[in-house]
Design a protein around this ligand. Structure first.
Ligand SMILES: O=C(O)CCC(=O)C(=O)O
Length: 351
């Protein structure tokens, strides 16, 4: 008989419009940053408001459509009839509403990564301003109210392997995987995201997204099990039988409702306003709900991590730097003039 205690999901504070409580940060040292960090530690996530300006949200939505139209090969933004399954299979991971297969490298997606308020949000939660930004993709969920077949898959997952996380004695596997990255494939950037090391070392890993339009529960999008980050090690130990469904070294674990109905019942949609960032602890069971509304859901995904992480050897940092410079050039971005000093640091081009 299991002696483990039962997980009690937390109730999330919301405002009168149904949006989850958010924090506005003026800088890394402001008193609200400590309050936001305490909220993150308690709930496993935090919403930071006003990270992108309304103009930046609109420009980024336009960029998402440019990317979609480049994938499908014709203009579709203004004709919803064309947002059909046949065309959409060309846009990325259609079941999860992800635009792009590996990471994306447009001018807008790259320049967004040097947004000072985004840096402040991650720095406040990570407890250091000396951080690097990853390279990732966009999310776009088509409206489904009149087209249920366009729905994404409501899912819960972890961008890590919870059983490796609790069973490993040290971070040697993480150091090996990250040390072997050559950054010659767009998928390498996703591999970089999903190596949190082991529970005994206990690093904090923080993922995030910015919602580009107001995002209510009926629009679908990001949801999570509040407070799960503190329960992950016990949960992984109690659910070892599920590990057989995955490869030993898999670092993306999506779990169907039939195996964890209690977590699907406990998961909450993190409704937030346009321009808000949602940051979450990588140990938190999370994913997305399907859209049920007449509005698209738009988002950009992130991870940031301390620049002085032991796995960032000089050799790896140099390969990463060269790969980013090549991509910046392809995106018509001159690091000297288009990136800010903060941007050059975040991209790992200067210390
Ligand atoms: O907001 C979403 O669409 C899901 C994001 C997510 O699960 C992730 O980035 O790991």
């Amino acid at each position: 008989m299991s002696t483990s205690s039962q997980f009690q999901p937390l109730v999330i504070p919301r405002d009168s419009d149904g949006f989850v409580k958010s924090f506005t940060l003026s800088n890394y040292n402001c008193p609200t940053a400590s309050t936001a960090r305490a909220f993150f530690q308690e709930y496993g996530f935090v919403v930071i408001a006003n990270v992108y300006t309304p103009e930046q949200c609109n420009d980024t939505i336009s960029d998402i459509w440019n990317v979609i139209e480049s994938f499908v090969g014709k203009p579709v933004q203004n004709n919803e009839q064309l947002w059909n399954q046949k065309l959409w299979t060309r846009t990325g991971i259609i079941e999860e509403g992800i635009i792009g297969g590996g990471s994306l490298w447009t001018r807008q997606i790259l320049l967004n990564r040097q947004t000072p308020a985004l840096h402040t949000a991650f720095a406040s939660v990570l407890g250091t301003e000396n951080i690097l930004v990853n390279q990732d993709r966009y999310g776009m969920f088509r409206p489904t109210k009149e087209h249920p077949e366009r729905s994404t898959m409501t899912n819960l997952h972890l961008d890590m392997n919870p059983w490796l996380y609790i069973d490993q004695e040290d971070n040697s596997e993480q150091l090996k995987v990250l040390g072997e990255l050559n950054y010659d494939s767009d998928d390498d950037w996703i591999t970089e995201n999903n190596e949190p090391g082991c529970s005994k070392v206990g690093e904090l890993h923080v993922q995030g997204l910015v919602n580009l339009a107001d995002n209510l529960e009926e629009d679908g999008g990001f949801w999570l099990v509040p407070g799960f980050h503190k329960y992950l090690t016990q949960w992984a130990d109690d659910h070892r039988h599920l590990s057989k469904l995955y490869g030993h070294f898999d670092q993306f674990i999506m779990i169907d409702r039939e195996y964890i109905p209690e977590l699907y019942d406990a998961a909450c949609h993190i409704s937030s306003r346009a321009g808000s960032a949602i940051l979450w602890d990588q140990r938190t069971m999370h994913g997305s709900r399907a859209n049920r509304s007449v509005r698209p859901r738009y988002a950009q995904f992130f991870k940031m991590f301390p620049a002085d992480h032991p796995a960032m050897t000089p050799e790896r940092a140099e390969k990463r730097r060269k790969a980013i410079i090549t991509k910046l050039q392809a995106g018509n971005i001159d690091p000297a003039t288009d990136l800010t000093p903060l941007g050059r640091k975040l991209f790992g081009l200067s210390t």
